[in-house]
Design a protein around this ligand. Structure first.
Ligand code: GLC
Length: 478
């Protein structure tokens, strides 16, 4: 299945306040159906002080008034189902907002230091110490992310019971599954041992302060599967569960016991070079790794791989077996541009991200108007270049990136079987899937397209004539 990630603040505003909302999403679902995806994942929609764009949840079973009401999510789910789309919500099990009533009333559900101060050297993901003094005067609490996000203690039975109840609440409203946030952080060493100093670089981008340590004890604890089993029990056997586990593929596989899939960050961060891509695909041969090349946390796909490779990236993403995720706006090649905003970027109250992730969170560009059709008001983040790049224009243009995504989503339905004959040679990544072959030219030179093959989808005009240009990719029937 292909899942489209909706970042609700930046998808579609329906009431002119400059912030996207659920009615806006519902009004744009036809775009997803037209594109041909199977499901949408909504980044958090719950009440939140927005210290971390909604990943600081203050109530697990309600909708933030900025986004709408429970009636709006019910209507969105009903409309999605009528269009044949499944709906996944984002669940944040590792922590809550510091403003969640649990933090005030149920400190036993959180991880507190046994001493009067930080008990160890753990660092927080976005930098700084992972321990802060409790504003309610009960000592020091752990936060794997921002200080506004105290970590829940998944070894306390009330936590699994409460989060499980929240999952059942949403399932009963018709939600089909969940994307589970930051699962590598769900359980930590109960003895709170110091993390050792890092001796080798982590393979994915990290905050430089956080990267000074190897997170041997502050994450990925051996009993993590117990927490995942509790999440599965809460969600139900038939719910789709996709985990965000920010670890190399080899360490993600054990998380799959209770999940349907987990993101493959190795491909996400692979250099756009055939050997690196082949290595990442080969390492994920399990078949339950979900392919993803962009999300709301990192520079956009078009910005990372460059405009010359966005078409090939789309073809690769959508021809691999298993689940694939498309981040809103990538289907028209939206770029990050310069960091949006001004000094307000440092203020949590402005809803801006202190870790600098707003550039990839600009609104979707639906049309060529100055607001890109996102809002009739002042957008919370300015769109970058709607006059140059927008959904309306690309829908009309048969050569557009948007139409390529759509063609790939159709072609994908006839692909069968695992990746075989995976190769990286002379800058060309190639593999076979049953009766189909994929070739992606990451290098600077032209290559011949194998004869005796018919082109199913080509990113560039040359393939039908038998050449794979630099930046081009092709899906062949052999
Ligand atoms: C995940 C989210 C990210 C958030 C973090 C903490 O990595 O994708 O946006 O900041 O978890 O919840």
């Amino acid at each position: 299945m292909v899942v489209y990630q909706v970042y609700p603040r930046s998808f579609q505003d329906s009431d002119g306040d400059g912030v996207g909302d659920l009615r806006g999403v519902a009004a744009r679902l036809e775009h997803l159906a037209w594109l041909g995806v199977d499901a949408l994942w909504l980044s958090p929609i719950y009440p939140s002080p927005m210290a971390d764009g909604g990943y600081d949840v203050a109530d697990h079973t309600a909708v933030d008034p900025r986004f709408g009401t429970l009636a709006d999510i019910d209507a969105l789910v009903a409309r999605a189902h009528a269009l044949g789309l499944k709906v996944l919500l984002d669940v944040v099990p590792c922590h809550t907002s510091i403003e969640h009533p649990w933090f005030r009333d149920h400190p036993e559900r959180y991880v507190f230091s046994p001493v009067d101060g930080p008990p160890n050297n753990w660092r927080a993901t976005f930098g700084g110490a992972a321990w802060s003094p409790d504003p309610h005067g009960r000592g020091w609490y752990l936060h794997s992310f921002y200080p506004e996000q105290p970590d829940l203690d998944w070894r306390h039975p009330a936590v699994a019971a409460q989060i499980g109840a929240a999952l059942r609440f949403w399932r009963a409203r018709g939600v089909d599954g969940f994307r589970l946030d930051a699962l590598q952080q769900i359980l930590k060493d109960p003895a709170l041992r110091d993390d050792p100093v890092a001796t080798a670089p982590f393979p994915f981008p990290l905050d430089p302060d956080y990267a000074t340590l190897e997170h041997r004890h502050s994450s990925d604890a051996p009993d993590t599967p117990a927490a995942l089993a509790a999440l599965r029990a809460g969600a139900g056997a038939d719910a789709l569960l996709v985990g965000e586990v920010f670890l190399p593929t080899a360490r993600v596989l054990r998380y799959l016991e209770h999940l349907d899939g987990a993101f493959c960050f190795e491909l996400f961060f692979a250099a756009w070079e055939a050997p690196a891509l082949a290595a990442a695909i080969g390492a994920a041969a399990d078949g339950r790794l979900a392919w993803v090349l962009a999300n709301h946390d990192f520079p956009r796909l078009a910005t990372r791989v460059g405009a010359a490779h966005v078409r090939a990236a789309a073809l690769l993403l959508l021809t691999l077996p298993g689940m694939a995720f498309v981040y809103q706006g990538d289907e028209i090649g939206q770029q990050d541009g310069p960091p949006p905003g001004d000094g307000a970027a440092g203020q949590a109250g402005a809803g801006r991200d202190r870790a600098g992730r707003d550039a990839c969170r600009r609104p979707v560009q639906w049309d060529a108007s100055p607001s890109g059709g996102f809002t009739t008001g002042t957008p919370w983040l300015a769109p970058l270049d709607p006059e140059r790049r927008n959904v309306a224009a690309q829908r009309e243009d048969p050569g557009s990136l948007l139409r390529l995504y759509r063609a790939l989503l159709v072609a994908r339905r006839s692909l069968r079987g695992p990746v075989t004959e995976l190769r990286a040679r002379d800058g060309v990544l190639s593999f076979r899937r049953g009766a189909h072959r994929v070739a992606v030219n990451t290098g600077p030179r032209e290559h011949p397209v194998p004869r005796a093959a018919s082109v199913v989808v080509a990113t560039h005009g040359g393939a039908p004539e038998g050449v794979l240009e630099p930046g081009a990719a092709v899906l062949l029937a052999v």
